[in-house]
Design a protein around this ligand. Structure first.
Ligand SMILES: Cc1ncc(COP(=O)(O)O)c(C=O)c1O
Length: 374
């Protein structure tokens, strides 16, 4: 084993159960886009379903179709579409489709006509994120067009939804502003005649910190995998979550070097004294951020060490000081922290990024090994 990402599916089930306990009557969507944030699309989707996630969420249609191909039934919402995407295939596969603009509604209508069955649509409001979603000044027009398509038997408008910009920053003024705009968008849609099955707005930080954002459904992404979306406020344990991914590698080489020895490309690090170095066979091709050069923490030989020198494509070096380990010993890059290993949040701090990126970017070259599969 060069390296592997161990995925604890019991942790995924535990996290969905914890989310369900927290949100009461609201339904739970497990967001499994981007290969379940690097944890593996199908096994994580199955585990989330087993724990009672009634919805699955994907960004792009290929992900939703892959879930169906793997035999996952039940509700799946997909929200990031481009013109020419497989709308007809999605309708035939019973996938709920997010619509943010008239061009998408037109494609959905054409696909529904071709497929011979109506599409289930969630109209997305841009309540302030400024990314996808329909601006308030275009909302009535989109709603009316969707209701006309509904009258024509081409769509069912089942959802009204939006997404927060700053839910991970309690007290940020955009949060109540976005909630107010969403309430207004829902009211206007209902006045036009929409009877939504689900209104939804909450991502993980909103689900954890903002009960008034729960509405009928919460979209649990990062929390599903037991990683904190608000690491400066709460660690996973405070939130009742268990990290699901452990990234482990096998030490490839160990050597003694003299004082003043440069390490890795660019010689950005030199040993201050004679020391022992361990080579870990993971690099930026595997998702180890190059920005964690000389800062990333790793558990080797029972103690936390630090990456020295630049992270290369396939490998990095840690400084063991006066200790030593053997080639073949285990290096734990991150995990739940139970054994003293760093966490994904620690790596995010070391690399100046967010833990979302740390877990999601673990590369395809790293095999996922599933624990707790049923
Ligand atoms: C539209 C939408 N909803 C929900 C989520 C889940 O967010 P989180 O991982 O913070 O739960 C995402 C992820 O970015 C998203 O794009």
């Amino acid at each position: 084993m060069r390296a592997e990402a161990r995925i604890d599916l019991d942790a995924v089930r535990h996290n969905i159960t914890a989310v369900r306990d927290r949100v009461g009557a609201a339904q739970v969507m497990a967001v499994v886009k981007a290969d379940a944030y690097g944890h593996g699309l199908v096994p994580c989707a199955r585990a989330a379903r087993e724990a009672g996630a009634t919805w699955l969420g994907t960004a792009v249609p290929e992900e939703a179709l892959a879930l169906r191909a793997a035999g996952l039934d039940g509700r799946i919402l997909t929200w990031l579409w481009v013109p020419g995407d497989p709308f007809a295939e999605a309708i035939a596969a019973d996938i709920d489709i997010s619509v943010s603009a008239r061009w998408a509604l037109a494609e959905v209508e054409a696909a529904a006509r071709a497929t011979g069955r109506p599409a289930r649509v969630h109209l997305k409001a841009d309540t302030g994120l400024g990314r996808n979603g329909c601006q308030p000044h275009d909302w009535d027009d989109l709603v009316e067009a969707a209701l006309k398509a509904e009258a024509d038997g081409l769509v069912h408008v089942v959802g009204l939804w939006s997404h927060f910009a700053c839910a991970d920053e309690p007290g940020h003024p955009s949060v109540p502003r976005q909630l107010a705009v969403f309430h207004d968008a829902v009211a206007r849609a209902e006045q036009h005649g929409v009877v939504p099955e689900v209104r939804h707005m909450a991502n993980s930080p909103a689900m954890l910190l903002l009960p008034e954002s729960h509405f009928d459904l919460v979209r649990s992404g990062l929390a599903t995998y037991g990683v904190s979306p608000v690491p400066d406020l709460h660690g996973p344990a405070d939130l009742g979550l268990r990290p699901a991914m452990t990234l482990a590698a096998t030490v490839a080489n160990v050597k003694h070097v003299a004082e003043g020895h440069g390490v890795s490309y660019g010689h950005t690090w030199h040993s201050e004294r004679a020391t022992n170095l361990a080579l870990v066979p993971l690099g930026y091709a595997d998702g180890i951020p190059r920005h964690a050069s000389s800062t990333g923490p790793v558990l080797v030989g029972g103690r936390r060490r630090t990456v020295v020198g630049r992270v290369a494509m396939d490998q990095f070096v840690v400084d063991l000081g006066g200790d030593t380990v053997e080639p073949g010993d285990e290096a734990l890059v991150f995990g739940p922290g139970d054994r003293g290993e760093p966490t994904a949040e620690d790596w995010a701090r070391a690399a100046g990024t967010i833990a979302y990126e740390i877990v999601t970017r673990i590369g395809a070259r790293v095999p996922r090994v599933y624990l707790g599969a049923r």
